[in-house]
Design a protein around this ligand. Sequence first.
Ligand code: AMP
Length: 214
Amino acid sequence: MRLVLLGPPGCGKGTQAVRLAEYLGIPAVSTGEIFREAAMRGTALGREASGYMNRGELVPDELTIGILRERIQQKDCAEGSLLDGFPRTLPQAEALKMLLSGMGKSLGAAVNIDLDNETIVERLSQRRVCDGCGKTFHLVASPPPVDGRCDACGGRVIQRLDDEPGTILRRLEVYREQTAPLIEHYRGESLLKTVDGHGSVEEIQSRIRAVLAT
Ligand code: AMP
């Protein structure tokens, strides 16, 4: 099964993607994670991507599509994959379609997690992440351990640079201008399934599984 998970920054895509991928037995592929890992390792890709990421901008299509192409051609994606954070522009959606059709495959569904702006800003400004394993915390709903060390891997719990207030607003603007049009695009392809992004992680996960079963 090949799926994409759409939604504004902070809607819980990453958290939902990991759970859903595990449930479906396919890998979750996050272009944001690939870029962050490359940035941590200090590779050329990481250096190039981190400038865009830290400003809340999108990494250019050409670079992002190349990374995604390489990733989904790997063996573990042979039976399917769940794309988290890709596509984010119409050209990326077109490229994905071509790429899959070249592999004799097609997209099964685009799940859109819907959330209002106020909740997005609240969630992103309260979000903290582990710099080791990427585990996500929320200062109020799921606070990180008091010693600032991740309880899953012992890594440091930090605030993502792109979760700082000015950058959050820029990311929302970029989302509205460049990514939100994908909702209509996938509706037009009869692939869109929308779920409400309010509520607990478990509630949202159940909604996603339910729409995929329809
Ligand atoms: P995410 O972890 O999905 O929130 O992505 C973090 C950042 O990585 C984004 O704000 C972009 O700067 C970059 N990024 C991730 N995926 C893409 C994509 N498909 N196209 C362009 N930039 C991306």
